[in-house]
Design a protein around this ligand. Structure first.
Ligand SMILES: C[S@@+](CC[C@H](N)C(=O)[O-])C[C@H]1O[C@@H](n2cnc3c(N)ncnc32)[C@H](O)[C@@H]1O
Length: 285
């Protein structure tokens, strides 16, 4: 077989440096992207919480320019550490800054901050938010949970998709967004979340482990408890042989091994999922 630098004889195979094979992603020029669903959510926010939103801020945005579709008359400011993404947005005419969003200031008070999957703590991104200003965020990286626990903010609503692919803004019983399903019916009707437990899968596991077809929620909880105990025992055995591991062993994973099988341990919430849009208002004083 020929090596990369030797001429390839007709009828023979040439060696290939695999790192030089372009992937489909390399071949496609990256573009600013927007999502119809996010635009619908941001539009609904403006209907439900009308205001004069002059400055909209989207830190850690990558290529996502959905806020510009929804706030066409506002100054929409994008910030990300990803140079390629910010250059792409800048070339397309968006106000884009390749900066550390924790330090960046748009030099004007922010009316609305839109923060999705930021990889950093939400509170560090909204220092310039006006009192009375809004944060729209999801909870996939725990951003909404961080704002819920922050006394400077009040949780005023959540935008949830309906079964017919519309969106509704819910302002009632918002504490249920952080409560686990408590009944069989709630578990059955909870929406799907990636990486989380769902009723159908739990029912299969319960049947396989116990032979039972009823009380899936209660039985699945018992299985999670057993899996957690098994993990604690495995971890303790590992740490006794490797004391240095004590500092980094995870004790409360979302996925645990039950025997040889991985099982998700996060039960759905009574209301909403980590992918919904949570709305917080910064308190005025
Ligand atoms: C998981 S992506 C989310 C992108 C987009 N918001 C979305 O949900 O599709 C996280 C983004 O945050 C950016 N990022 C992380 N830390 C940052 C920081 N300190 N300042 C600015 N951008 C940051 C990364 O470059 C990356 O583009």
């Amino acid at each position: 077989m020929a090596t990369p630098n030797t001429p390839i004889e007709p009828g023979s195979w040439g060696a290939v440096d695999e790192s030089e094979i372009p992937t489909r992603r390399d071949l496609e020029a990256p573009k600013p992207t927007s999502s119809k669903d996010l635009v619908a959510c941001y539009n609904l926010f403006q209907q439900e919480f009308p205001g004069d939103y002059r400055v909209v801020y989207s830190p850690c945005c990558a290529y996502n320019v959905s806020p510009s579709m929804s706030f066409p008359n506002s100054r929409v400011v994008y910030v990300d550490l990803d140079q390629k993404a910010m250059a792409t947005l800048g070339t397309a005419g968006y106000e884009a800054h390749c900066e550390d969003a924790i330090r960046f200031s748009p030099n004007e008070p922010i009316d609305v901050a839109i923060i999705l999957n930021p990889s950093v703590r939400g509170a560090d991104l909204v220092r310039n938010l006006k009192p009375g200003g809004y944060v729209l965020c999801n909870d996939y990286h725990g951003t909404a949970t961080g704002f819920r626990d922050d006394t400077e903010f009040e949780f005023v609503g959540i935008i949830i998709p309906t079964r017919d692919h519309q969106y509704v803004a819910d302002r009632e019983n918002l504490e249920e967004c952080w409560q686990e399903v408590a009944t069989e019916e709630e578990f059955k009707s909870a929406r799907f979340t990636w990486g989380g437990a769902n009723y159908l899968m739990a029912a299969l596991i319960v049947r396989a482990v116990t032979g039972k077809e009823e009380n899936v929620l209660a039985e699945y909880r018992k299985i999670i408890e057993i899996a957690r105990k098994q993990e604690q025992e495995r971890n303790a055995a590992f740490v006794s042989k490797n004391p240095d591991a004590a500092g980094w062993m995870l004790s409360d994973s979302d996925i645990l091994m039950f025997g040889n099988d991985p099982i998700p341990t996060k039960l759905p919430r009574k209301k909403g999922t980590v992918d919904d849009i949570f709305i917080f208002r910064k308190k005025s004083s």
